[in-house]
Every structure is written in C-alpha cells, then in structure tokens.
Design a protein around this ligand. Sequence first.
Ligand code: SF4
Length: 469
Amino acid sequence: MTTIRLGFPADWAGFRAAARALVAANTPPGQITWLVGDEPDLFADNTPPPANDAPITVPRRFVDLAETTIMANDPERFGLLYGILFRIHQGEAALLHDAADPAVHRALMLAHAVRRDIHKMRAFLRFREVTDDGGTRHVAWFEPAHHILEANAPFFVRRFATMAWSILTPDRAAHWDGTTLRFGPGATRADLPEDDRFAECWRVYYRAIFNPARLKLSAMLSEMPRKYWKNLPEARDIPELIAAAAPRAGAMLAAPPTPPRPARAPPAPVTDPPTTEWEALKRQAGACRLCPLWEHATQTVFGEGSTTARIMLIGEQPGDQEDLAGRPFIGPAGQVLDHALRAAGLDRPALYITNAVKHFKFEPRGKRRIHQKPNEAEIETCKFWLDQERAMIEPALIIALGASAARALFNRAITISRERGKLIPLNGATSALITIHPSYLLRLPDEAAKRREYAAFVRDLRLALPYMA
Ligand code: SF4
C-alpha cells in the first residue's frame, strides 16, 4: 500500500501533487491509503509515495470539480477523485461528461453540497463586536457542514477588509488583522462574545421585511434551514412572527386601504427580494436604528453611483434636500461638488458617492431645519454601513470630503488643512485623498476667498484622475 498524508482536510495542493505523481507512476486507486493530519496509519508495511517526475495532462474540467469536491466532509473523497483521475488517464477521456457514472455522479453531488455550504456561510455568518485592550475586533461562529473555511475566508477578507475579524469553526479558525489572513486551531461556541449592538439591527431589519401574507414555511426553511438559526440574532423572532402570521395576514386583508404616509413616517417594509448586493445593503440601512438620528430624519440616505467605481467619495451627512429626496449630494453643496468634479475631469456617474452618516442631523428652527455636525459616537456607529459600502465597492481611491468623512476613514480627528491634497496609502490596494467638504465653499464670506478655495478644491480632485482608468 502507498500512504499519502495530507496536511489538512481540504489540502488541495497536497492532493494535487500526490495525485499527479501517483497517476504518473500508474498506481491503481486500490493501492492507496489517504490520511489527513495525524490520522493513524494502519498499514505498517506501506511503500513511500512516488516522486513526481513525469508530467501528466489533467483536464480543466477535472480540476474544477476536484477543487470543490475535496472540501466535502466525506472520508472517501480523495479516493473517489483519484479513481476518476486514474480512469481518465487510462483512456476514459469523456468520463466527466457521463453524469450517470456512479463515481462522477457522487463527485458532482458532493461539489453541489459544498457550493451550497459556501453560499450559506456567506449568507448566515454574523459578526459580533468585541472591544478589549487590543482594540475592536469582530468575531463570528459558524458550523460548516464541509471543509470550506480556507476557500471562503478570502470572500470575507474582501467584504470586511477594514475590520479585524475572526471566524471560529469547530475544526479551524480564520483570523484577519486588516493585513494578513491566517488560520489556526478550531474553537467552541463558548468562545463567541456576547450579543452586540448590531444584533438588534438585524432583528429590526428582519421584522421590517417579514411579510406575513407571503409566508411559505417550507420555502423559508429550505432557504434558511433551522440549523443556522442559533447564530442569527433575527431568528429569535421567527417563531413569534410565524405564529402571528395568519392573524396578521387576515387583519391586513380586512383593513381598509392604507392612507398615504406622512412625510416623516418610518420606511415601509419592502417585500420583493433585493436584486443586487447594493440594494440589499441599502434596504438593511433603511431599517437602521443603531443611533437616535433616524428618529427625526425622513429616511436613510444611502450611497449611490457605480458599484464598480474605482473612486468612492465620502461626505459628512445628508442635508435638508438630500433627506427629503433620499439621495446624497443633490442640494447646494452637491451642485458645487458636481461643478468641481467636472472641472477636475471626473465623471460623477462613474463614481460612488456616500456619506459618513446616513441620517440628517438637524436642529428645528421655526420652519427651517438647521444642519448640525454629527458627533464622534454617531460617526463611529454609522461607520458600520460605510464599511459595508467600502467592502462592496472595493475602490482604488477614497476621497474624504471634510473632517467628518476623514474621521470615519481614519478613526481619528484629522486637520484638513494639514492633510489635504496628498495621496495616503490605506490598507490593501486602496489610497485615500483628503480635501474640504464643498459646503465649506458656500460658507465663505467673500468672493475672492471662494474663488481661491474652489480652485484648490479642484486641484485636490484632479489628483484622483489617474484612478479613473
Ligand atoms: S445615522 Fe447611521 S447608524 Fe444612525 S440610525 Fe442612521 S443609518 Fe443607523
């Protein structure tokens, strides 16, 4: 017997190297024992694995299938895949096109189960915030059905690049510190910190989108199986929502038509499924109650623009007109910004534009609503949404317009006059550019100062031009 010992359960590189050498040496599948880590070897008289010195050709189709199937939680998977590869090498060139072949069928089923598990992990992983002497980190617990952590971790790196996080599973853990991804030993659910402030946000969001008249229990359980519920804060409300669904739906049918909403009513539940990641995020932010600013504002003003933008602009918060229209930078400051962007050669539709704080903070004065600067806590709280936008857009350059935006980006107070107009490397492949907020230009008292500062603003924005390509 030949024993192959792989480093960990989804050790694709190890399997690939061993399988190539074994096929090149014409080793039949029945002659191989596959072991992982320190599993005991029951065959004392085994022969060493052959050296990989003869090149072999492996069809791309097999590589695609094997890369996924190797993550399956099936002890036979290595033998199954090697058996398929051996048969292809023995002349069954079209084997992978025969889905009725028992081995191929089994491998395809396992790959399907792995892909589903990867998708569920992306959908149902919930981070909890924990702050200690080392700063703020986010920790999530997940129990995958298959060995998918290594393959899925880069997705969370891209999505939450600016957060320090750990994903704990029973077998392995992934840790990201903002720069490096590393893997360590597994953990237990008891290692998960207590519920944090975002748990309530998930619950509010879920209650807002739950439509009792559209409840189809079997479809819901297929999409959101019960085994994931224990890690989902919003799932605590599901039994109650299901129990109340029939009477609520009956009351909805019996109720008279809903009168038009007053201008500042909370957002109505949206029941159609979101069609894009951006839309899903926008809806979640629409139900946000993480800080008190939502209470008096008309609506959440989420970012807008190109979701594949290379440049992302961050302002401070929506103003009066933005609050009413639900769009960022459409009021007087937005018009100054549009003008300056054009002068700098930047195309607004190609950019993504958002604010550090998504609700309008103001002080009522007679019939007018006077802008108030968001405080540190509000900026810090709303950064949750900014981070989501940033992870989704993955811009090459982020332009911080004014001190609140710069604070959200750098987690500290920034003196604009000292830091403006230069490119500052952030983590990953992203740079930052700090400049003034266009509303500053509107507040300048004399024309000469306005012209001078506007020219400086355009000069700053021109630094972004190379990033448009
Ligand atoms: S300002 Fe931001 S954190 Fe506060 S309620 Fe609005 S969206 Fe949520």
